[in-house]
Design a protein around this ligand. Sequence first.
Ligand code: SAH
Length: 325
Amino acid sequence: MTPLERAVRERIAAEGPITVEAFMHACNAYYYATRDPLGARGDFTTAPEISQMFGEMVGAALADVWKRAGAPADAIYAELGPGRGTLASDALRMMRSAGFAGEVHLVETSPVLRSKQKDALPDAHWHDSVDDLPARPLLLVANEFFDALPIRQHVGAIERRVTVAGGGLAFDRDGEIIETSPASELAVTAIATCLAARGGAAIIVDYGHERSAPGETLQAVRGHGFAPVLASPGEQDLTAHVDFEMIGNAAHAAGAAVTGVMAQGEWLIRLGIEARAQALMRGNPERADEVQAALKRLTGRQAMGQLFKVIAFHGPDWPPPAGFA
Ligand code: SAH
């Protein structure tokens, strides 16, 4: 039994069954606080860890929209759940060369990942919550952040819970499941409220669906594969597909302008990732196969290109970032 499973069982014994939301919150807080989950020896790999091209395209998009908004000097780079800091490093390299000299603000709760981020970005400022970001024009990105935030599950009108049954953890009911994520809505509302008041643009990348729909998407990821959701609490990443319709609606309700949802592959191609790949291959012929493979992984329909989606929101007085329909 994992240390967290022991704690969860004690909590259920004391309080009764706990909501899926409380379970997911406890599992991921423990999971991320105790390890760096990324990379070949970890549990999963993300777009910025596949290739520098991903962060470069994000940085190019943020630098471009910042310039078109008049290059305000008080704008800051902000990122939610920056992992190893790879995306920020690649994006900021592009943004610095475009003249952006603003501060770097990172929202990260894991002490292990904060310390990795400090190696990559020694001058950054760290925050525990989106609510703590300074009220300044934001150039914000979040990649694979929202899928890790807790979801609620309902079967009909009843909220689904985790209980102890037959000696192990079990869901207290089955049936057609509706998922919502109040934590995600709160985070989007905080960002969009700041964008509406101070300007800026936010780019959100994650796997998920363009339209809200019933169905269970909660999953556990471990060792680059799927695992049973209730197995090994705290030792595997719990994620859910992101509901981009909900994200767009929450941003709009808070006063931000919202773009359409794009597939990651098409968005990266519109931003010029193919030309960037050609340049990298010309500059490093010995790495051409690796660059080609990364391009395919990031943009291919059978790989990340279609499942992963991108949406942006921005201040009403700011132009939308490039690449959106
Ligand atoms: N964006 C990175 C890492 C994705 S993993 C990449 O693309 O490689 C999810 C990240 O979100 C980790 O950095 C994790 O520690 C952070 N995280 C998860 N839940 C969080 C929360 N509630 N608040 C702040 N950060 C969180």
